[in-house]
Design a binder for this molecule. Structure first.
Ligand code: FPP
Length: 235
């Protein structure tokens, strides 16, 4: 596959851990554990393939509605995962960042996030973003607030507000818009993911549950993408 056709930024809604576990008579948390193992596999594969930006939807602002036990389990998987994988991120040249509102996260999780960002900030092979306590609408709400503060303090004028300025105030400001958005597990929705940023993205849906979304599946998504004709509203 020619690297010239590769998507620059791939974003993934990692769905189906719960159903994967249920189908095997396992707890939902073991499904998330398996999901974490798959994160490792796909991150490594995407980096070696030459993908420059990868965003993974790890926890949405709506996921707090799940039973406390599952929320705590997910947070613990995130915290431990970052701690355990940090040396690997450093070794592989992966720069890790986070999208989402940190204010509701525990100190312990925030600490692992900050340590990982700091330890990988000069890496330049793959930029990897974990969206944690993220939703597209919340991202836009927080951006609008920042813009309003700048207007109130006369740092900018109302006429300065345009596409580019809004993009610059979103959590994703250092990432290009996603070329390809993948959702696993057969759901055909965007579920409040990168709403503003996916205006011209190509979408790829697969019935596979996230723990089963392997290298071959990733290849199929990339392959499908390379055959799409992108017109960005032109002809
Ligand atoms: C969706 O499956 C998945 C999540 C809500 C969590 C995704 C998190 C991980 C894969 C762990 C990430 C780990 C690190 C270290 C970043 P679901 O629970 O909605 O599945 P269901 O729709 O079948 O119930």
């Amino acid at each position: 596959m020619g690297s010239e056709n590769l998507p620059v930024h791939v974003a993934i809604i990692m769905d189906g851990n719960g159903r994967w576990a249920q189908a095997r008579g396992l707890s939902r948390i073991s499904g998330h554990q398996e999901g974490k193992r798959n994160v490792k596999r796909i991150v490594k594969y995407a980096a070696n393939l030459g993908i420059r930006y990868l965003t993974l939807f790890a926890f949405s602002t709506e996921n707090w509605r799940r039973p406390k036990e599952e929320v705590n389990g997910l947070m613990e998987i995130l915290r431990l995962g970052l701690q355990e994988e940090r040396p690997e991120f450093i070794r592989e040249g992966i720069k890790v960042v986070f999208f989402g509102d940190r204010s509701r996260l525990s100190e312990e999780v925030i600490r692992e996030m900050e340590l990982t960002e700091e330890a990988t900030k000069f890496n330049d092979k793959l930029s990897l973003a974990f969206a944690i306590n993220y939703s597209g609408r919340d991202d836009i709400v927080r951006a609008v607030r920042r813009i309003a503060i700048k207007i109130a303090s006369k740092e900018i004028n109302i006429e300065d507000i345009d596409d580019r300025l809004i993009s610059q105030e979103l959590d994703t400001r250092d990432f290009p818009d996603p070329d390809l958005v993948i959702r696993t597990s057969g759901e055909l929705r965007i579920s409040n993911f990168l709403l503003w940023q996916s205006a011209y993205s190509e979408f790829y849906f697969t019935p596979r549950f996230w723990p089963d979304f392997d290298e071959k599946e990733f290849d199929s998504a990339i392959e499908a993408y390379t055959h799409r004709e992108r017109r960005f509203g032109g002809i």
